[in-house]
Design a binder for this molecule. Structure first.
Ligand code: DX5
Ligand code: ZN
Length: 219
């Protein structure tokens, strides 16, 4: 039996005109974390939100804010997001020149540090950095948009990263993001994932459906 996965609803699929209410509703429905997707229209072909929205949502958050930065350069904005209330800050290795320095900076600011793997990013990127990482996030889609289909090719990478984490002996969260549904959630957990991000699969059907949607992801 795998342990119960952390469920992190992605606010990208929430109603942006009612974000505070959506945060409260999804927490009442059982969300373990809030996943917040930050996009700059440069690193990825979409624009979402910035630190001011994180700060505005913080008083509504009773669970950790899991902030996924898809911006480049990323380093100049780390402090703003942690100061705004991010508990976990995850970065793509491609979004700055010195991943080690970036991860150290996130921890120094007081947040947990995550590394995000694009579908083409190899596990070896963090081979020499396991001590600097609190969370590993595997993208099972190309980042930029919700509602895409899960890439089964990434399951082998989840397994490889699971082996690296186990060999390190460290308590590193292994999270998956993109196209996670009740069906693909099982595959991710079986491959070794301990946290699941889901936008469409949580927010479809409106607030009355959130609890059942989250329960379905837990399997
Ligand atoms: C995409 C984001 C995801 C996205 C997932 O770049 O990182 O978090 O919201 O959406 P779904 O669950 O709809 O694939
Ligand atoms: Zn994300």
């Amino acid at each position: 039996m795998s342990p119960r996965p952390i469920i992190a609803p992605s606010l990208l699929a929430a109603d942006f005109a009612r974000l505070g209410e959506e945060v409260r509703a999804v927490q009442a429905a059982g969300a373990d974390w809030l996943h917040i997707d930050v996009m700059d229209g440069h690193f990825v072909p979409n624009i979402t939100l910035g630190p001011d929205i994180v700060r505005a949502l913080k008083p509504h958050a009773t669970v950790p804010m899991d902030v996924h930065l898809m911006i480049a350069p990323v380093d100049p904005f780390l402090e703003a997001f942690v100061e705004a209330g991010a508990d976990i800050v995850s970065v793509h290795p491609e979004s700055g020149p010195h991943l080690n320095r970036t991860l150290k900076r996130i921890r120094q600011l007081g947040a947990r540090a995550g590394v995000v793997f694009n579908p083409s990013t190899p596990p070896s990127v963090i081979e020499w950095m396991m001590d600097e990482v609190d969370l590993i996030l595997v993208m099972s889609i190309n980042p930029g948009f919700g509602g895409q289909s899960f890439m089964h090719s990434q399951l082998a990478k989840i397994e490889a990263l699971r082996r690296m984490i186990d060999a390190s002996g460290r308590d590193i969260v292994l999270e998956v993001d993109g196209g996670v549904t009740a069906e693909t959630a099982r595959l991710c957990v079986d491959a070794g994932a301990t946290a699941l991000v889901a936008g469409t699969a949580v927010f479809r059907g409106g607030p009355d459906a959130y609890a059942a949607n989250i329960a379905a992801l837990r399997g």
